[in-house]
Design a protein around this ligand. Structure first.
Ligand code: ZN
Length: 297
C-alpha cells in the first residue's frame, strides 16, 4: 500500500523540477491591425440594428454603481425588445463625428463630472442639433455639469441642490403632470416609488415640458446630515417639484428627457420606470409622435 502513495510523490517531484513551459507571455499575437486607427466602436456596427442607442456612463464625480448597472441592463433589455441597437461605454472617445453619427439617441446614464473634452462637447451639440435624441438619468442632473453650458442650460435646465440623507431613500408619490405626453403613455395618474429624491434650485424654465412632479407631503424633504441647505422643499404642489421633464430644441426639434429618478438598481425593476424608459427611448428616437405633439408647451 505504501508504494501506491509514494509513486505519485516521486512523479510530482520530478515534474516540479522541469523548466516551466512558456505560456501566454511568449504567445504570438493572433490579430494584427494594419492601416487606419481602430475607432472606439470598430466593426461592432456592422452587426447592430438601427435605430441605435449610445449608453454613456463615464463618471468623473460621484459614481452611482447600482444606478449605472440597473439602467444599463434595463436599457439593453428594452432595446432588444424594441429592435434597437445599443452600445455601452464609459469612454468619451466615442464622441467623435464618425462614431456618434451611428446613433439616434444618447443616454447619459448617471454621467457625472466633466466627462467630455470641449471638442467632444461640440461634436455632441452638432449631432444633437440634427434632431437626434438625448436622455439624462438621475446623476446626469446633479451639480457636477455646470462647466458645460449647453448641457446644463439647454438639456438639463435646472440646478441640483441636494437630496435627503436620513433616510436617503424614501417612498414618495409621483404625479404624472403630462398625461397626454407620449413619454407618459400608459401611465397611471400617479404612483408610489422609492428613490433618492433630488431637489433643484427652481423648476426648469417654460422652454421645458414638465411630465411628472413630486408630492412633498409623502416623504421628508430634509437633509439635516450634511450641506448648507437642510430644507429641501420646492413647494406644496407637485408642479412645484418637477422630477421628469422634456424638451424639443432647435430647428430640427431634437427631443430630450431628463428623469431625476434612478439612483437605485431596483428602480429599473418597477413597471412604472420601465414603461417611462421605453416611452422615452421611442419618443426621443422619433419613433413615436411623428407630428411632434409632445413638443407643444
Ligand atoms: Zn443618487
Amino acid at each position: 500500500m505504501k508504494l501506491l502513495y509514494l509513486l505519485p510523490c516521486v512523479f510530482l517531484t520530478a515534474c516540479s523540477s522541469l523548466k516551466p513551459e512558456p505560456l501566454l507571455a511568449a504567445a504570438e499575437p493572433t490579430v494584427t491591425v494594419i492601416g487606419e486607427e481602430v475607432t472606439t466602436t470598430g466593426r461592432y456596427f456592422e452587426f447592430v440594428p438601427t435605430p441605435s442607442i449610445l449608453i454613456f456612463s463615464e463618471t468623473r464625480n460621484w459614481r452611482h454603481e447600482e444606478g449605472i448597472a440597473g439602467a444599463n441592463l434595463a436599457i439593453m433589455k428594452a432595446a432588444k425588445e424594441m429592435g434597437y441597437g445599443y452600445f455601452t461605454t464609459e469612454h468619451s472617445g466615442i464622441f467623435n463625428e464618425k462614431d456618434l453619427a451611428r446613433f439616434n439617441v444618447v443616454v447619459f446614464n448617471n454621467m457625472t463630472g466633466d466627462a467630455l473634452t470641449p471638442e467632444q462637447e461640440m461634436v455632441f451639440a452638432k449631432w444633437q442639433s440634427k434632431g437626434n435624441g438625448t436622455v439624462l438619468i438621475h446623476g446626469s442632473g446633479d451639480a457636477s455639469h455646470q462647466d458645460w453650458d449647453f448641457y446644463h442650460n439647454e438639456l438639463l435646465g435646472a440646478t441640483f441642490v441636494s437630496h435627503p440623507a436620513a433616510p436617503q431613500f424614501q417612498e414618495a408619490r409621483v404625479e404624472v403632470l403630462g398625461p397626454t405626453h407620449p413619454v407618459m403613455a400608459g401611465m397611471p395618474k400617479d404612483f408610489m416609488a422609492i428613490d433618492e429624491w433630488y431637489t433643484f434650485e427652481a423648476p426648469p424654465s417654460d422652454d421645458f415640458i414638465v411630465l411628472a412632479g413630486l408630492d412633498e407631503s409623502t416623504y421628508s424633504p430634509l437633509n439635516t446630515v450634511y450641506g448648507d441647505i437642510s430644507d429641501l422643499r420646492m413647494g406644496p404642489k407637485t408642479s412645484d417639484h418637477p422630477i421628469i421633464w422634456a424638451r424639443c430644441l432647435g430647428d430640427n426639434q431634437a427631443r430630450s428627457v431628463y428623469t431625476a429618478m434612478g439612483h437605485r438598481y431596483e428602480t429599473y425593476e418597477t413597471p412604472e420606470a420601465l414603461l417611462i424608459l421605453k416611452n422615452t427611448l421611442n419618443w426621443t428616437a422619433k419613433i413615436t409622435d411623428p407630428q411632434s405633439l409632445g413638443c407643444a408647451k
